[in-house]
Write a protein that binds this ligand. Structure first.
Ligand SMILES: C[S@@+](CC[C@H](N)C(=O)[O-])C[C@H]1O[C@@H](n2cnc3c(N)ncnc32)[C@H](O)[C@@H]1O
Length: 310
């Protein structure tokens, strides 16, 4: 059996994923967030010769790594797309889905590369697209969005209490010159908020919010989860690692609703649908040793659920 120690770039909560996700050595699995393929490689090591694994990523750099793995292991295929294309992939493969993995958010290489524009600590173009070949960059959106829309995004996706003040300053600043660099935006937010919470850069929430909005992350997650629950075979499992409360809330609510644990709405005269999921434990967290090795694991929450028979 593969263990986390074998893998040089250590994916978050790998031991827990390897322990809980694979149920059949010859099954068909989807890694919806391939990234650098840490989880995928470990899964392939744990699975048998007749298994199948499809990785999905919308980032062309991740896809290039997936293509290398595709050449090295015939059981693997990479798909360059947004992950809510799961229906199509499962139809193409023509096999029942044994497991679905999601390790949400941006990857460390995306964060570390200043040119991708995700980091408020590194000077780079204000881009933030996971797929830089599609859609609008953060700079383009900030140049055209209304003050109200900017404030709404910061509040909704960053839970930023001073969203209006930041939005006003963005709009005042862009009258003088467009905001095009990450550090310009970070400095503006610092001016708007002052020091903020200890140990947390004041731009953390706003950068998270703009990134979630630009990549439409929460809508894609909701779509993928809905598809996953319908497509998993009985006994198949869903494993989701999230890094902030907005994502985790969506996952937790879906598992609660699909496992028949949601409170029955008052006065509902009809039968509630039969539960389709069984949660495997509650929220799982990274152990101390992993958090020491990889501080990013500190905020990771893993939820796993198993598909029940109809
Ligand atoms: C946290 S990283 C995954 C790291 C991976 N588990 C590993 O071991 O290397 C998340 C990856 O998912 C991709 N991603 C996030 N949302 C996506 C979406 N809606 N569609 C496709 N890819 C997505 C990102 O581009 C990123 O490469």
């Amino acid at each position: 059996m593969a263990t986390a120690e074998q893998f040089e770039h250590q994916p978050v909560m790998l031991d827990e994923v390897l322990e809980m996700l694979p149920t059949r050595a010859d099954g068909f699995y989807v890694d919806a967030t391939f990234g650098r393929g840490g989880h995928s490689r470990a899964l392939l090591s744990a699975l048998g010769p007749d298994a199948r694994l499809v990785g999905i990523d919308q980032d062309p750099e991740a896809v290039a790594i997936g293509e290398q793995l595709e050449r090295a292991d015939a059981r693997f295929r990479i798909v360059a797309a947004r992950f809510d294309c799961l229906n199509t992939i499962v139809a193409q493969e023509g096999r029942p889905l044994s497991g679905l993995l999601m390790d949400l958010g941006v990857s460390s290489p995306q964060l570390d590369d200043a040119e991708r524009g995700f980091s408020f600590l590194r000077d780079g173009p204000l881009d933030m697209r996971m797929n830089p070949q599609a859609g609008e960059s953060a700079a383009q959106w900030l140049a055209r969005a209304s003050e109200k829309d900017i404030a709404d995004v910061l509040y909704r996706f960053g839970e930023e209490k001073k969203s209006r003040r930041i939005a006003r300053m963005i709009c005042e600043t862009r009258e003088q010159q467009p905001l095009t660099r990450t550090v310009e935006l970070a400095a503006l937010i610092e001016r708007a908020l002052g020091r903020g919470e200890p140990g947390k850069h004041p731009a953390t929430r706003s950068f998270q919010a703009i990134r979630i909005f630009i990549n439409q992350e929460l809508a894609a997650l909701e779509n993928l989860l809905a598809q996953g629950v319908s497509l998993l075979m009985p006994g198949g499992r869903l494993a989701v690692i999230s890094f902030h409360s907005l994502e985790d809330r969506i996952v937790k609510q879906l598992i609660r609703d699909e496992s028949g644990r949601a409170p029955r709405p008052r006065g509902v005269p009809f039968e509630m649908p039969a539960p389709r999921l069984q949660p495997l434990g509650k929220a799982h967290h990274a152990g101390e040793a992993e958090v020491r090795r990889n501080p990013r694991a500190r905020s990771a929450v893993l939820r796993v659920a198993e598909r029940l028979s109809e």
